[in-house]
Ligand binder design. Structure first.
Ligand code: GLN
Length: 236
């Protein structure tokens, strides 16, 4: 952890990439850190501000094509996120944020360069992927099933430098087969929701990556009820 042992959570570009309640992911992370007695500092960094390189966990959310392209351009020029990754920071990237971690993505019919932080490329899909998304998570992550909601036009191809977050059981994700990607401490997903409310084990994984500490179990009756409700609704 960084400054005076506070865990620094940085929500990037809420003014551009916050279409799907992405602030919820910040709240869940801060709450779950707090319940473990970890002091937390949260910062919301708008697109006209430099990206601080001293964060522990960076969150970047979903958005429409125009704001997504603008966010990519600013993050490429800024390089703060790249410096953070070189320091070993953790990143949780959702949908548009996930696509722009890769080498390239499409927005408004044109191809744009991404940040090259994940070995993925995103292309246009023939249809929009909208609806429930669920999958069996990669065994190395030690997570329960992924549940979420997706709404995107792009499709994502994974290169050899990443592993999928999950094998799709409902919905589309990257391509109807796999969903999301991760490498090192960077994890991307198409799951909105907000994703961490529906997948608290992912929040704990991010906290473990950022602190190097195992997270003690906490009372998860409510999120478990929510997860079970959604998973059984999908199964019907
Ligand atoms: N604009 C991207 C797409 O449609 C991402 C959308 C999103 O973040 N929901 O593929």
């Amino acid at each position: 952890m960084s400054t005076e042992s506070h865990l620094r959570l940085i929500w990037l570009y809420p003014d551009l990439l916050s279409t799907y309640g992405d602030r919820g992911n910040l709240l869940i992370l801060a709450r779950r850190a707090d319940l473990r007695g970890l002091p937390v500092e949260c910062a919301e960094v708008r697109a006209d501000h430099p990206v601080p390189a001293d964060g522990d966990i960076y969150l970047i959310g979903g958005g429409e094509d125009g704001p997504q392209a603008l966010a990519a351009q600013r993050l490429i020029e800024d390089r703060g996120l790249h410096r953070a990754v070189e320091r070993g920071a953790t990143i949780f990237a959702v949908c548009a944020g996930y696509q722009l971690m890769g080498h390239s993505f499409y927005a408004k019919g044109a191809k744009y360069p991404g940040l090259d932080l994940l070995d993925i490329d995103s292309n246009r899909g023939e249809t929009r992927a909208v609806g429930e998304l669920a999958g069996e998570t990669h065994p190395a992550l030690g997570l329960p099933a992924l549940t979420g909601f997706e709404n995107h036009g792009g499709r994502t191809t994974l290169g050899p430098g990443v592993k999928p977050l999950a094998k799709v059981t409902t919905g589309i994700g990257n391509d109807g087969q796999s969903e999301g990607a991760w490498n090192g401490r960077i994890l991307g997903t198409y799951s909105h929701g907000p994703a961490l409310a529906r997948n608290p084990a992912i929040a704990d994984l991010l906290l473990r990556w950022a602190t190097g500490q195992n997270m003690e179990p906490i009372d998860d009756r409510w999120p478990t009820a929510l997860r079970n409700e959604r998973l059984s609704a999908i199964a019907k």
